[in-house]
Design a protein around this ligand. Structure first.
Ligand code: ATP
Ligand code: MG
Length: 252
């Protein structure tokens, strides 16, 4: 669809086009479309911009990824459609392995996501294997590859709560991007970036490049001062403020 730039919801509609394109290419599932819709609703409530609290989470996420011994980026259908190119750039900047992991089982879709990432510059993309299983999880997402199995830090841009919980229970530190600060993933992750993935990933790349040659102690101090619950609370306060600001005036 051609959206005129003057349209007040231009950016949001362009992002929608990307996710629809993902479905048409067989990268994103139909369920992914509805998950995106839930994200859009929260983005609206947050004012569709990166909040200060999200910037703090991004700093902490960059520090953790640079300090990690074995960082892995887990990619699902929505993340690939919205930020495939940027996730490849991020994997090179850290550096970290890319591993496909989707909720709704489909070998074909896993392969299409892999091809999409390779077209966007990835050299290697891991796919789940039936003999590689993480504990504490029943869904299709329990199947992983050597990457996630071995990882100490997993960056899972869009995650569901069960898997976030399972990854943490498996002793991993988990970074998620989720527009809903109330979701189980947001609440269970080690670091939650409450922002749209399309805004968050380029900012993480920028921050990684800025901190790349920093002293390890500086990175450790960033992490020490970071409190995930505080960021979640600040985000909820912003939602509350935006709701109050937009309440109809002169209502009896
Ligand atoms: P949970 O299982 O963690 O309680 P959920 O069931 O709502 O949460 P899913 O349906 O697995 O989660 O995934 C949808 C989540 O992804 C929603 O919380 C939504 O806010 C978030 N989301 C969707 N699109 C985006 C986006 N573009 N950027 C960031 N977050 C997004
Ligand atoms: Mg869920």
């Amino acid at each position: 669809m051609t959206v005129p730039k003057s349209h007040p919801r231009y950016v949001s509609l362009k992002i929608r086009d990307k996710i629809v394109d993902g479905v048409e290419k067989g990268i994103t599932s139909l369920h992914g479309l509805t998950a995106h819709g839930r994200g859009e609703a929260f983005d609206y409530l947050l004012g569709e911009k990166t909040m200060e609290s999200a910037k703090r989470s991004i700093e902490a996420a960059a520090a953790l990824l640079l300090l990690a011994k074995y960082p892995v980026i887990s990619v699902n259908g929505n993340a690939a459609a919205l930020t495939g190119k940027e996730l490849v750039q991020l994997s090179k900047a850290i550096p970290a392995k890319l591993e496909v992991n989707i909720f709704h089982p489909s070998k074909q879709r896993e392969i299409k996501i892999k091809i999409h990432l390779i077209k966007n510059g990835a050299k290697e993309v891991l796919l789940p294997q039936k003999n590689c299983i993480i504990e504490h999880l029943d869904s299709n997402r329990k199947y992983v590859n050597g990457g996630i199995l071995k990882a100490d830090v997993v960056f899972v841009p869009l995650e569901d709560g069960d898997r976030t919980k399972a990854l943490v229970k498996n002793g991993k530190m988990v970074i998620v991007v989720d527009l809903n600060p109330m979701s189980r993933s947001a609440q269970k992750a080690t670091i939650t970036i409450v922002d749209n993935i399309v805004r968050a990933v380029p900012l993480i790349i920028k921050t990684i490049r800025r901190y790349k040659n920093s002293d390890k102690n500086k990175l450790r101090n960033i992490l020490k001062g970071y409190k995930n619950e505080k960021m979640l609370m600040e985000t909820m306060k912003i939602i509350n403020k935006n709701l109050i600001k937009n309440m109809p005036q002169n209502f009896p």
